[in-house]
Design a protein around this ligand. Structure first.
Ligand SMILES: [Zn+2]
Length: 337
């Protein structure tokens, strides 16, 4: 098959080694050279480390007899990258030091186009030429943990073309023998624990095991529940809306596994917003999303990977005809006029 691949100077920048190679028209890599680079852990200064890296890449290009002067540099980088150009930080190389504009430096010194991508993204591109799946994820477990999702054909917009897409309610979050049983028949599923029904079930169990706290709660004192009659509509949701401590604690406990699952999805897909709908969440209202924000800790202080702002998780509007409007929008896309 005729190939349109551009030969390039491929670079893999790791925490300890710099690998340079030349990609051929067929996509193979030849003339691989590995150089040890200085690191902040040896006491090297950030400016010296970057100078050493840039010099090594330049030297490789000069020595190469295969690269033409205009062939690009493709750099796999061990840190977050935006838009194929902007490197944010390289904690394994220079710790928490601010980093220079590496792409601009390489371009001006080498007079070649430079593209940079995260090294795990590069791994995803590698596997994309070796598996046929439309969507897959590469997970790395080494000195750290990371993942990149690959979407080959992002045409359907809503990810719903495999039957399990989005069915997070059926992922197992409780392996214990006493885990609640899901409506689907399996046990320990998220939906059996964190749904409105899951919260209600947990509240009934807790009402038996935490008799004093239950008795002191608004569910009993204000809304007249007993452990036998306790339900969402009449007791639990109104008590949560009042800020009742026991009812809030039951809801928070039932939501913990949901928060962990959602956090994983946020980081995997690089989500920019979560819109929460559904009868239970909407009837609890703001306290529901506030609790979810608290449990997900997406803005944990001190981490460069904290996510979003207070509007990252929001309640969706309770439009009674949302599904009708949405179905019509889908039909407009599928059957253009
Ligand atoms: Zn299930």
């Amino acid at each position: 098959m005729w190939s349109t691949q551009v030969p390039s100077l491929a670079v893999d920048l790791g925490g300890t080694f710099l690998r340079c190679g030349t990609s051929t028209d067929a996509g193979d890599i030849t003339a691989i050279e590995v150089t040890k680079i200085p690191n902040f852990l040896d006491g090297s200064r950030s400016a010296d480390i970057w100078e050493s890296i840039v010099t090594s890449i330049e030297a490789y290009a000069r020595r190469s007899d295969m690269l033409r002067p205009t062939d690009p540099v493709a750099l796999a980088f061990p840190g977050p990258v935006i838009g194929g150009r902007t490197t944010i930080s390289a904690p394994t190389i220079t710790g928490d030091e601010p980093m220079p504009d590496l792409v601009a430096i390489l371009e001006s010194r080498m007079q070649r186009p430079v593209v940079v991508l995260n090294d795990l993204s590069a791994a995803a591109w590698y596997f994309s030429e070796r598996v046929n799946d439309d969507r897959f994820m590469v997970v790395t477990v080494s000195s750290g943990i990371g993942a990149k999702a690959f979407v080959r054909t992002p045409s359907s917009r809503v990810f719903d073309d495999v039957p399990y897409a989005g069915e997070i309610g059926h992922c197992v979050v409780d392996l214990s023998p006493t885990a609640p049983v899901c409506d689907c028949g399996a046990s320990g599923h998220l939906g059996a624990i964190a749904s409105g029904r899951g919260a209600e079930r947990l509240a009934r169990r807790s009402a038996e095991t935490e008799r004093d706290l239950f008795a002191a709660s608004d569910c009993v004192r204000r809304y007249g529940a007993t452990s036998a009659t306790l339900d969402n509509e009449r007791h639990i949701v109104p008590a949560i809306r009042d800020g009742d401590e026991w009812a809030m604690s039951v809801m928070r406990r039932s939501m913990e596994p949901l928060a962990r699952v959602l956090s994983a999805v946020v980081y995997t897909l690089g989500l920019e917003r979560i819109i929460v709908i559904g009868g239970f969440a909407l009837s609890v209202g703001d306290r529901y999303v506030e609790t979810l924000r608290g449990l997900m800790c997406l803005r944990s202080t001190g981490s460069p990977f904290s996510v979003g702002d207070d509007e990252f998780i929001v309640l969706g509007d309770a439009h009674p005809h949302a599904a009708l409007v949405g179905a019509a929008a889908y039909a407009r896309r599928l059957l253009p006029a």
